[in-house]
Design a protein around this ligand. Structure first.
Ligand code: SAM
Length: 304
Protein backbone atom coordinates (compact mmCIF):
# COMPACT_ATOMS: atom_id res chain seq x y z
CA UNK A 1 0.00 0.00 0.00
CA UNK A 2 1.44 3.45 -0.91
CA UNK A 3 3.14 5.54 1.76
CA UNK A 4 0.98 5.55 4.86
CA UNK A 5 -2.11 4.08 3.18
CA UNK A 6 -3.69 0.81 4.26
CA UNK A 7 -3.25 -2.42 2.30
CA UNK A 8 -4.59 -5.90 3.11
CA UNK A 9 -1.90 -6.69 5.68
CA UNK A 10 -2.35 -3.33 7.44
CA UNK A 11 -6.15 -3.64 7.57
CA UNK A 12 -5.94 -7.15 9.05
CA UNK A 13 -3.22 -6.06 11.44
CA UNK A 14 -5.15 -3.01 12.65
CA UNK A 15 -8.37 -4.98 13.09
CA UNK A 16 -6.51 -7.65 15.09
CA UNK A 17 -4.69 -5.12 17.29
CA UNK A 18 -7.87 -3.16 18.00
CA UNK A 19 -10.06 -6.23 18.40
CA UNK A 20 -12.40 -5.06 15.61
CA UNK A 21 -14.88 -7.66 14.36
CA UNK A 22 -16.63 -6.10 11.36
CA UNK A 23 -20.42 -6.18 11.70
CA UNK A 24 -22.98 -6.33 8.89
CA UNK A 25 -25.48 -4.21 10.81
CA UNK A 26 -23.08 -1.25 10.64
CA UNK A 27 -22.09 -2.01 7.04
CA UNK A 28 -18.47 -2.50 8.06
CA UNK A 29 -16.51 -3.42 4.95
CA UNK A 30 -13.11 -1.80 4.94
CA UNK A 31 -11.21 -0.87 1.78
CA UNK A 32 -7.74 -2.44 1.72
CA UNK A 33 -6.54 -1.02 -1.55
CA UNK A 34 -4.59 2.23 -1.79
CA UNK A 35 -5.37 2.60 -5.51
CA UNK A 36 -9.12 2.61 -4.83
CA UNK A 37 -9.10 5.26 -2.12
CA UNK A 38 -6.77 7.45 -4.20
CA UNK A 39 -9.13 7.10 -7.16
CA UNK A 40 -12.05 8.22 -5.01
CA UNK A 41 -10.15 11.26 -3.76
CA UNK A 42 -8.97 12.14 -7.28
CA UNK A 43 -12.48 11.72 -8.65
CA UNK A 44 -13.82 14.02 -5.93
CA UNK A 45 -11.30 16.70 -6.93
CA UNK A 46 -10.32 17.43 -3.33
CA UNK A 47 -8.14 20.55 -3.00
CA UNK A 48 -5.41 21.08 -0.39
CA UNK A 49 -6.80 22.96 2.61
CA UNK A 50 -10.39 22.14 1.73
CA UNK A 51 -12.68 21.02 4.54
CA UNK A 52 -14.17 17.58 3.85
CA UNK A 53 -16.81 15.66 5.77
CA UNK A 54 -16.29 11.91 5.85
CA UNK A 55 -19.04 9.64 7.15
CA UNK A 56 -17.92 6.27 8.51
CA UNK A 57 -14.11 6.47 8.41
CA UNK A 58 -13.82 2.94 9.79
CA UNK A 59 -10.15 1.95 10.09
CA UNK A 60 -9.10 5.08 8.17
CA UNK A 61 -8.42 3.91 4.59
CA UNK A 62 -10.18 6.80 2.87
CA UNK A 63 -9.32 9.26 5.66
CA UNK A 64 -5.61 8.72 4.98
CA UNK A 65 -6.09 9.32 1.25
CA UNK A 66 -8.03 12.54 1.97
CA UNK A 67 -5.31 13.76 4.33
CA UNK A 68 -2.66 12.77 1.78
CA UNK A 69 -4.38 15.13 -0.67
CA UNK A 70 -4.06 17.94 1.88
CA UNK A 71 -7.71 18.10 3.02
CA UNK A 72 -8.95 18.95 6.50
CA UNK A 73 -11.22 16.10 7.50
CA UNK A 74 -14.18 15.99 9.87
CA UNK A 75 -14.96 12.30 10.31
CA UNK A 76 -18.20 11.04 11.86
CA UNK A 77 -18.07 7.41 13.00
CA UNK A 78 -20.81 5.61 14.93
CA UNK A 79 -18.63 2.79 16.27
CA UNK A 80 -16.91 4.04 19.47
CA UNK A 81 -14.03 1.60 19.12
CA UNK A 82 -13.23 2.80 15.58
CA UNK A 83 -13.76 6.47 16.45
CA UNK A 84 -11.39 6.19 19.41
CA UNK A 85 -8.68 4.40 17.42
CA UNK A 86 -8.62 6.66 14.35
CA UNK A 87 -6.48 9.59 15.61
CA UNK A 88 -3.71 7.20 16.71
CA UNK A 89 -3.79 5.36 13.36
CA UNK A 90 -3.38 8.66 11.52
CA UNK A 91 -0.64 9.94 13.86
CA UNK A 92 1.16 6.65 13.35
CA UNK A 93 0.95 6.42 9.57
CA UNK A 94 0.90 10.06 8.50
CA UNK A 95 2.62 12.10 11.19
CA UNK A 96 1.84 15.77 10.78
CA UNK A 97 -1.56 15.15 9.21
CA UNK A 98 -3.28 14.35 12.51
CA UNK A 99 -3.87 18.03 13.27
CA UNK A 100 -6.03 18.29 10.13
CA UNK A 101 -8.38 15.58 11.39
CA UNK A 102 -11.24 15.79 13.85
CA UNK A 103 -13.20 12.69 14.74
CA UNK A 104 -16.72 12.71 16.10
CA UNK A 105 -18.26 9.57 17.58
CA UNK A 106 -21.87 9.95 16.46
CA UNK A 107 -24.61 8.60 14.24
CA UNK A 108 -24.47 10.47 10.91
CA UNK A 109 -28.28 10.48 10.91
CA UNK A 110 -28.13 12.71 13.99
CA UNK A 111 -26.19 15.48 12.22
CA UNK A 112 -28.52 18.46 12.38
CA UNK A 113 -26.15 21.25 11.43
CA UNK A 114 -22.66 22.62 11.98
CA UNK A 115 -23.21 22.65 15.78
CA UNK A 116 -23.49 18.87 15.81
CA UNK A 117 -20.04 18.74 14.16
CA UNK A 118 -18.62 21.10 16.75
CA UNK A 119 -18.04 23.66 13.99
CA UNK A 120 -20.29 26.45 15.19
CA UNK A 121 -20.95 27.57 18.69
CA UNK A 122 -24.61 27.55 19.70
CA UNK A 123 -26.10 30.99 19.30
CA UNK A 124 -25.98 31.99 22.98
CA UNK A 125 -25.91 35.71 22.30
CA UNK A 126 -22.28 36.04 23.39
CA UNK A 127 -19.98 38.08 21.15
CA UNK A 128 -17.82 35.82 18.99
CA UNK A 129 -14.23 35.55 20.15
CA UNK A 130 -12.08 36.99 17.34
CA UNK A 131 -9.07 35.01 18.60
CA UNK A 132 -10.96 31.74 18.04
CA UNK A 133 -12.70 31.93 14.67
CA UNK A 134 -15.10 29.09 13.91
CA UNK A 135 -13.31 26.34 11.96
CA UNK A 136 -14.24 26.04 8.29
CA UNK A 137 -17.54 24.37 7.48
CA UNK A 138 -17.12 21.33 5.21
CA UNK A 139 -17.73 22.09 1.55
CA UNK A 140 -17.53 18.50 0.37
CA UNK A 141 -18.73 15.09 1.46
CA UNK A 142 -16.48 12.16 0.56
CA UNK A 143 -17.48 8.79 1.96
CA UNK A 144 -17.68 5.09 1.54
CA UNK A 145 -21.16 4.99 3.03
CA UNK A 146 -22.51 2.21 5.24
CA UNK A 147 -24.69 0.37 2.73
CA UNK A 148 -27.79 -0.27 4.78
CA UNK A 149 -28.29 3.43 5.56
CA UNK A 150 -26.59 5.03 2.54
CA UNK A 151 -29.65 6.81 1.12
CA UNK A 152 -31.03 8.19 4.42
CA UNK A 153 -27.54 9.32 5.48
CA UNK A 154 -26.92 11.06 2.15
CA UNK A 155 -30.30 12.84 2.16
CA UNK A 156 -30.04 13.87 5.79
CA UNK A 157 -26.49 15.26 5.40
CA UNK A 158 -27.50 17.24 2.29
CA UNK A 159 -30.48 18.66 4.22
CA UNK A 160 -28.53 19.48 7.40
CA UNK A 161 -25.38 20.98 5.87
CA UNK A 162 -25.97 23.52 3.08
CA UNK A 163 -22.21 24.28 3.16
CA UNK A 164 -21.67 20.99 1.34
CA UNK A 165 -21.59 21.88 -2.36
CA UNK A 166 -20.60 18.51 -3.75
CA UNK A 167 -20.36 14.90 -2.72
CA UNK A 168 -18.54 11.80 -3.88
CA UNK A 169 -19.98 8.70 -2.30
CA UNK A 170 -19.33 5.03 -2.75
CA UNK A 171 -22.49 2.97 -2.44
CA UNK A 172 -23.81 -0.40 -3.55
CA UNK A 173 -23.89 -0.40 -7.38
CA UNK A 174 -27.70 -0.82 -7.50
CA UNK A 175 -28.14 2.14 -5.15
CA UNK A 176 -25.81 4.20 -7.35
CA UNK A 177 -28.07 3.41 -10.31
CA UNK A 178 -31.11 4.58 -8.33
CA UNK A 179 -29.53 7.78 -7.08
CA UNK A 180 -28.55 8.80 -10.60
CA UNK A 181 -31.67 7.53 -12.46
CA UNK A 182 -33.67 9.84 -14.71
CA UNK A 183 -37.50 9.93 -14.76
CA UNK A 184 -38.96 7.12 -16.84
CA UNK A 185 -36.06 4.76 -16.30
CA UNK A 186 -36.52 1.40 -14.59
CA UNK A 187 -34.48 2.37 -11.54
CA UNK A 188 -36.09 5.80 -11.02
CA UNK A 189 -37.82 6.00 -7.64
CA UNK A 190 -38.01 7.75 -4.28
CA UNK A 191 -34.19 7.98 -3.77
CA UNK A 192 -33.72 9.43 -7.28
CA UNK A 193 -36.46 12.05 -6.91
CA UNK A 194 -35.46 13.14 -3.39
CA UNK A 195 -31.77 13.33 -4.27
CA UNK A 196 -32.67 15.51 -7.25
CA UNK A 197 -34.17 18.04 -4.83
CA UNK A 198 -30.65 18.77 -3.58
CA UNK A 199 -28.26 17.83 -6.32
CA UNK A 200 -27.54 16.59 -9.80
CA UNK A 201 -26.23 13.02 -9.50
CA UNK A 202 -24.01 11.06 -11.83
CA UNK A 203 -22.85 7.47 -11.45
CA UNK A 204 -19.20 7.16 -12.36
CA UNK A 205 -16.86 4.23 -11.77
CA UNK A 206 -17.78 0.73 -10.67
CA UNK A 207 -15.64 -0.74 -7.91
CA UNK A 208 -15.40 -4.50 -7.50
CA UNK A 209 -16.12 -6.17 -4.18
CA UNK A 210 -12.61 -7.56 -3.78
CA UNK A 211 -11.14 -4.25 -2.58
CA UNK A 212 -13.03 -4.75 0.69
CA UNK A 213 -12.43 -6.77 3.80
CA UNK A 214 -14.65 -8.56 4.52
CA UNK A 215 -15.72 -9.06 0.89
CA UNK A 216 -19.36 -7.95 0.54
CA UNK A 217 -21.94 -9.75 -1.60
CA UNK A 218 -22.33 -6.82 -4.02
CA UNK A 219 -20.24 -4.52 -6.18
CA UNK A 220 -20.01 -0.80 -5.50
CA UNK A 221 -20.04 2.35 -7.59
CA UNK A 222 -19.21 6.00 -7.11
CA UNK A 223 -21.83 8.70 -7.36
CA UNK A 224 -20.86 12.33 -7.91
CA UNK A 225 -23.36 14.88 -6.65
CA UNK A 226 -23.34 18.59 -7.38
CA UNK A 227 -25.54 20.82 -5.25
CA UNK A 228 -28.16 22.82 -7.11
CA UNK A 229 -31.10 25.03 -6.18
CA UNK A 230 -34.27 23.11 -5.35
CA UNK A 231 -37.19 23.72 -7.74
CA UNK A 232 -38.90 27.06 -7.16
CA UNK A 233 -42.13 26.28 -5.31
CA UNK A 234 -44.36 27.64 -2.56
CA UNK A 235 -44.47 24.16 -1.02
CA UNK A 236 -42.00 23.02 1.61
CA UNK A 237 -39.56 20.20 1.04
CA UNK A 238 -41.58 18.03 3.45
CA UNK A 239 -44.76 18.61 1.42
CA UNK A 240 -43.01 17.78 -1.85
CA UNK A 241 -41.41 14.65 -0.37
CA UNK A 242 -44.84 13.52 0.92
CA UNK A 243 -46.12 13.64 -2.68
CA UNK A 244 -43.05 11.69 -3.88
CA UNK A 245 -43.62 9.02 -1.21
CA UNK A 246 -47.32 8.74 -2.08
CA UNK A 247 -46.68 8.56 -5.82
CA UNK A 248 -44.23 5.67 -5.44
CA UNK A 249 -46.00 3.85 -2.60
CA UNK A 250 -47.92 1.92 -5.22
CA UNK A 251 -45.69 1.95 -8.25
CA UNK A 252 -48.26 0.49 -10.63
CA UNK A 253 -50.91 3.08 -9.87
CA UNK A 254 -51.62 6.22 -11.84
CA UNK A 255 -51.24 9.60 -10.13
CA UNK A 256 -55.04 9.90 -9.93
CA UNK A 257 -55.18 6.74 -7.78
CA UNK A 258 -51.87 7.07 -5.95
CA UNK A 259 -52.55 10.61 -4.74
CA UNK A 260 -56.22 10.02 -3.82
CA UNK A 261 -55.56 9.72 -0.08
CA UNK A 262 -53.33 12.79 0.00
CA UNK A 263 -55.85 14.82 -2.03
CA UNK A 264 -58.97 13.51 -0.28
CA UNK A 265 -60.42 11.69 -3.28
CA UNK A 266 -59.43 10.44 -6.75
CA UNK A 267 -61.36 13.37 -8.21
CA UNK A 268 -59.43 15.90 -6.12
CA UNK A 269 -56.16 14.20 -7.10
CA UNK A 270 -57.12 14.43 -10.76
CA UNK A 271 -58.02 18.13 -10.41
CA UNK A 272 -54.69 18.88 -8.71
CA UNK A 273 -52.81 17.10 -11.51
CA UNK A 274 -54.64 19.19 -14.07
CA UNK A 275 -53.91 22.42 -12.19
CA UNK A 276 -50.22 21.44 -12.23
CA UNK A 277 -50.39 20.69 -15.95
CA UNK A 278 -49.71 16.97 -15.39
CA UNK A 279 -51.64 14.09 -16.95
CA UNK A 280 -53.41 12.24 -14.05
CA UNK A 281 -53.16 8.98 -16.01
CA UNK A 282 -49.36 9.01 -15.72
CA UNK A 283 -47.45 7.08 -13.09
CA UNK A 284 -45.11 8.82 -10.63
CA UNK A 285 -42.07 7.28 -12.31
CA UNK A 286 -42.50 9.75 -15.19
CA UNK A 287 -42.22 12.90 -13.05
CA UNK A 288 -39.07 14.86 -12.30
CA UNK A 289 -38.66 16.70 -8.98
CA UNK A 290 -39.92 19.98 -10.47
CA UNK A 291 -43.16 18.25 -11.47
CA UNK A 292 -43.53 16.78 -7.96
CA UNK A 293 -43.06 20.29 -6.56
CA UNK A 294 -45.74 21.66 -8.90
CA UNK A 295 -48.07 18.84 -7.82
CA UNK A 296 -47.49 19.55 -4.13
CA UNK A 297 -48.37 23.18 -4.73
CA UNK A 298 -51.52 22.27 -6.67
CA UNK A 299 -52.59 19.84 -3.94
CA UNK A 300 -52.26 22.59 -1.35
CA UNK A 301 -54.05 25.23 -3.45
CA UNK A 302 -57.79 25.66 -2.91
CA UNK A 303 -60.03 24.26 -5.64
CA UNK A 304 -60.53 26.79 -8.43
N1 SAM B 1 -14.42 4.48 5.19
C1 SAM B 1 -13.99 3.14 5.57
C2 SAM B 1 -13.35 2.46 4.38
O1 SAM B 1 -13.58 2.93 3.26
O2 SAM B 1 -12.65 1.46 4.58
C3 SAM B 1 -15.14 2.29 6.13
C4 SAM B 1 -16.38 2.21 5.27
S1 SAM B 1 -17.59 1.07 5.87
C5 SAM B 1 -18.42 0.68 4.32
C6 SAM B 1 -18.83 2.09 6.66
C7 SAM B 1 -18.42 2.74 7.99
O3 SAM B 1 -19.53 3.52 8.47
C8 SAM B 1 -18.09 1.79 9.12
O4 SAM B 1 -16.90 2.21 9.75
C9 SAM B 1 -19.28 1.90 10.10
O5 SAM B 1 -18.94 1.66 11.45
C10 SAM B 1 -19.72 3.33 9.87
N2 SAM B 1 -21.15 3.60 10.13
C11 SAM B 1 -22.22 2.76 10.00
N3 SAM B 1 -23.38 3.40 10.26
C12 SAM B 1 -23.05 4.68 10.58
C13 SAM B 1 -23.81 5.83 10.95
N4 SAM B 1 -25.16 5.78 11.05
N5 SAM B 1 -23.16 6.98 11.21
C14 SAM B 1 -21.79 7.04 11.12
N6 SAM B 1 -21.03 5.99 10.77
C15 SAM B 1 -21.63 4.83 10.50
Amino acid sequence: AGAGLLGPAEIRGLAATLGVRPTKTLGQNFVHDAGTVRRIVRSAGVEPGESVLEIGPGLGSLTLALLEAGARVVAVEIDPLLARALPATIADRMPGAAERLSVINADALAITGLESLGLARPDDGAAPDPAAPAPAAPTRLVANLPYNVAVPVLLSVLAALPSIRSATVMVQAEVADRLAAAPGSRTYGVPSAKTAWYAAARRTITIGRTVFWPVPGVDSALVELTRREPPATASSREEVFAVVDAAFAQRRKTLRQALATLAGSPGAAEAACRRAGIDPALRGERLDIAAFAALAEALAAPEA
